[in-house]
Design a protein around this ligand. Structure first.
Ligand code: FAD
Length: 337
């Protein structure tokens, strides 16, 4: 396992931002990871952890040791008539794992197809799309504590999963490295196709809502809808959808009858942040190489050589304008480094 110096990170983050890591290493096993964590470089250098780089905005160079998770492997550890339990290395590509689940004919993550990034990062922000969240299939999350080097496991109820949130984004942030995730996938298919345009697309293609058809439809919808980071740098939704109370929503609805909101718990409505940003006139806006995508107002983009700082400045201007226009605070979903 080599520790490299002064590594360009442009190809390692989906925003395609140019930034350098002072030191960089990749680990492909827990043993390698522990060896890295014991390295004497860390007595003076800070530690940073990278998965697929699809949920970060690099606003500066990494002044320390950046370690990239490459722990691979998918192992079936239990199977019966109802379910299959799989233990998956945190460095596996998320979409590859979803494809694997479809081949095994098990359900629970098919609507999360084509989300970029690693399996290890999936529980961190409880990835979600098209009416599914990863929290509903995660059994356990295994990690190594950076200080004590102890191996620990949290069961689902200990992960404090919430909308784009978990214990890993809060109490355990920067304290642990996820090495494996255990998933319970169902032999009985969820066939969750009533969300967004899935049903419409299935009807157009004259297809039944089977596991495989839903998976393929999600891929087709996402490919049409979202900019491909290989072509235009981005990290998907830049902001989380804000949650407001019913009375505030009803007041906004009087002023903006087309406002988009979904019930989210008792007396709470989740507002589409993309709608707020579009309504405030930002859709398609550009400032140098930084911009707001022309079809998806929730997606900030780097057309070529924008710096992380330029994207961050743009995001702050958007936050300010949303606060002024709607009196709503929108917070980044992306990890700003
Ligand atoms: C085009 C596009 C579409 C997207 N669509 C969605 C979507 O529909 N739904 C959704 O929820 N997200 C979406 N995302 C966001 C992103 O794909 C997910 O958040 C993904 O889980 C990030 O994984 P990653 O491995 O790239 O994480 P990274 O960006 O590498 O890391 C994210 C954070 O997690 C930490 N981290 C990473 N791995 C570990 C580990 N093993 N242990 C401890 N900490 C770790 C990092 O330090 C960082 O703080 C999208 C992104 C893009 C670019």
């Amino acid at each position: 396992m080599k520790i490299l110096n002064n590594i360009q990170l442009k190809s390692l983050n989906s925003f395609n931002i140019s930034s350098y890591a002072k030191y960089f290493a990749e680990f492909s096993s827990e043993i390698d990871l522990v060896a890295l964590l014991k390295h004497n470089l860390l007595s003076k250098e800070k530690l940073f952890i990278l998965g697929g780089g699809s949920n970060i905005l690099l606003t500066k160079n990494i002044d320390g040791l950046l370690i990239k998770n490459a722990i691979k492997g998918i192992k079936i550890i239990e199977e019966n008539d109802n379910h299959l339990i799989a233990e998956v290395g945190a460095g596996e590509n998320w979409h590859d794992f979803v494809k694997w689940s479809i081949k095994q004919n098990v359900s629970g993550i098919e609507n999360l197809a084509l989300i970029p990034g690693s399996v290890g990062a999936a529980p961190i922000q409880n990835i979600g799309a098209y009416g599914m969240e990863v929290k509903d299939t995660v059994e356990k999350v295994c990690y190594i504590d950076i200080q004590s080097l102890e191996k620990r496991t949290l069961i689902n109820s200990e992960c404090k999963f919430n909308y784009r949130n978990s214990i890993f984004k809060n109490d355990l942030k920067n304290k642990i490295i996820i090495t494996k995730v255990v998933f319970k996938l169902n032999k009985k298919h969820a066939n969750n196709y009533k969300y967004g345009v899935i049903e419409e697309e299935l009807n157009i293609a004259n297809q039944k809502p089977t596991l495989e058809n839903i998976f393929n439809t999600i891929i087709s919808i996402r490919t049409k809808k979202l900019p491909d980071p290989k072509v235009i740098g981005n990290s998907g939704s830049f902001f989380k959808n804000p949650i407001i109370n019913n009375s505030k929503f009803n007041n906004l609805k009087k002023k903006y009858p087309d406002i988009i909101g979904y019930t989210s718990g008792k007396n709470q409505i989740k507002i589409a942040a993309g709608w707020l940003i579009e309504k405030a006139g930002w859709k398609g806006y550009t400032c140098g190489d930084a911009g707001v995508h022309k079809n998806q107002a929730l997606v900030l983009v780097n057309y070529e050589n924008a710096s992380g700082k330029e994207i961050l400045d743009l995001s702050k201007r958007i936050q300010k304008s949303i606060l002024e226009k709607f009196e709503i605070i929108i917070l980044p979903e992306v990890n700003i480094i």
